[in-house]
Design a binder for this molecule. Sequence first.
Ligand SMILES: Nc1ncnc2c1ncn2[C@@H]1O[C@H](COP(=O)(O)OP(=O)(O)OP(=O)(O)O)[C@@H](O)[C@H]1O
Length: 717
Amino acid sequence: MLVRSLVRKALIPHSLPIMSKQQTLGSFFSSARASASAPVAKKQKIEITTPELTPDPKTDSESEKDKEVVSESPNKPIFAVDDAKQLLSKETKESTHVPPISNSKPIPYSALADVFEKLEQESARLKNLAIASEFFQEILQSDRPEGLIQVTYLMINRLGPDYEPGLELGLGETLLLKAIAEGTGRAASQIKADYHRVGDIGLVAQQSRSRQPTMFKPKPLTVPVVFENLTQIARMTGNSSQARKIGIINKMLTACENQEAKFLMRSLEGKLRINFGEKSVLVALAKAFVENEASKRNKKGTAEALVQAEEKIKVAFSQTPNYEVIIKTALEYGIQNIVEHCTLKPGIPLKPMLAKPTKSITEILDQFQGEEFTCEYKYDGERAQLHLLEDGSIRIYSRNSEDMSERYPDLIAVVKAMKASNPNVNTLILDCECVAWDVEQKKILPFQVLSTRKRKDVQTSDIKVQVCLFAFDCLFYNGESLITQSLKERRSLLKDNLEPIEGKFQYAKGMDSSNVDEIQGFLDQSVKDACEGLMVKTLNGSESGYEPSKRSRNWLKLKKDYLEGVGDSLDLVVVGGYIGKGKRTGWYGGFLLATYNQDTGEYETACKIGTGFSEDDLKKLSETLKPTELSKPKGSFVYEKNNSNALPDVWFEPTLVFEVLTADLSLSPIYKAGAANYGKGISLRFPRFIRIRDDKGPEDATSSDQIIEFYERQANV
Ligand SMILES: Nc1ncnc2c1ncn2[C@@H]1O[C@H](COP(=O)(O)OP(=O)(O)OP(=O)(O)O)[C@@H](O)[C@H]1O
């Protein structure tokens, strides 16, 4: 994760007409290089012979996997009642062979590694859900059901909620290879060569593990011990931290048995590769709770209960994205009651509501037929979720739930002042856009200006780019969640209770009208005022509630620059590169891009891109991407293997997301995005690079479901 976000921060801005939200070079390169080359403790190495390493078996057998996947919209449940029935069937249950959990002992790490191995080897989706949920159920039935919290985090390769800083895994390959060399006594050069051949640090670790002398057998690893050690490693900073990290890794490696080393190293690297995404983890949790609760009543879980539980756990998680809270609440109140008990809480950022793209005002009018709606300026800045906690503290979270409070001390001061002048306000959650502001001219500045603001160690006195918060929604007010209320009510509550402060805290400019000319005029005005276009939202009735984490039809975005084509840009993951020729010699001259399939965790190729880059872009991109080159494609890449036109010269670890414009989308014999739907993939015609999305990780990229939606809308399918 850390590596991913570092790499994403590596490019400097360039000038393109519709460029926005770009990033600055900042201190990225120095810190990335520093961490890669930091000194580590030296240890004597003993040469040992190692078993032959076999390449990652998934790489060539992945193509079958996506056939299992049913296409669905991002917010649709993973399965319907029929699938749920199959999942609950005796046959599926009996075929999982998950390891039993003993009552009296902490969960052995070997049991979790065994489950990871099964998930990695199994390609059928329902089977994978059954394996994970059977294991979860074993834990729930033991006398330490709360052990499920650490198991869940390890399964999604995190150590705590997104918004808790300092818990990122994703150690550099140099450090990990060194740790393997020291921990196993093999020569570093040999380990490195193996890694370049196999392309999987986990496999290298597993097969390099030195045999321990029989007289010294370390205690087997347990889930709590591994979790604790990983947390310590993630939190370690400072000069000697590299050596200390290696020390802890070595200790764990010595205790590893069978496939434990493989998953331990992959966890440390931040790439677990079990092909079991977070969405599936939530479903597996729902199933485990449903079955566990039913078995306490000597009953069996029903398919209907499972479908309901899936919906509930997803809603609860979108409001309280914290597995500890979710699991403890489900244990206390039952899975079917979690939504009421996992409501919004200042200090826990909820997953933001997202918008669907539209291409024209008439499309909006068609969509909102007969409904009351409002148009708001679509500000071009950075999404900011503002939380005022009961103890008076203030936090600001990003679109991805990162805590940005340290980055915006000036905004914290504004909110403090606002609270002081509005003594009735105790607690609050506001959804806002933070925008660069010209103090003298009293106007909005483009995103490029905001992107030059320092991101770390920001002192109020050093701030050169002033910002203004534009609030567009109020989600929580004085102890009460407002998300089920209509937008009209939420908007009134906001405006009635908080006084705007010009240039510091303002309301999103809005207009309630369904007149085409008025909307067109408002759209034009928004662009003149340095905005991207309009957000059009259902205003009244139950449809106008705030839907955390959903890309909803009740919020439409109308971007001036995208009224032609497919209605929006796409954000695609860079998975491959083409060696540059002619003027581009020495750099990559083009890139292979992919959508992210949220259900399978796979990257499905969507196009090759070589247009829209300045020379400077290509130079910087080459520097950034070079260290992420892979010796072979990852098992999670879905691409056409039998057509050389679809193969890049080099493959990359997915770290970077490009925002890309396209003339239109078409079905393609050589690309694979959304291929589960049409047999053929969907591809971009005449793609053009706009900028890097540093606020999006690979998993936030345009999903395969979204590209299907884009395609169907454009083709009127
Ligand atoms: N009035 C507004 N209401 C809601 N969002 C707004 C408003 N003004 C600006 N925004 C911003 O617009 C974003 C949604 O549109 P946009 O397509 O630019 O974002 P994205 O991150 O590329 O896409 P998405 O969030 O849909 O994946 C919001 O996340 C928010 O940051």
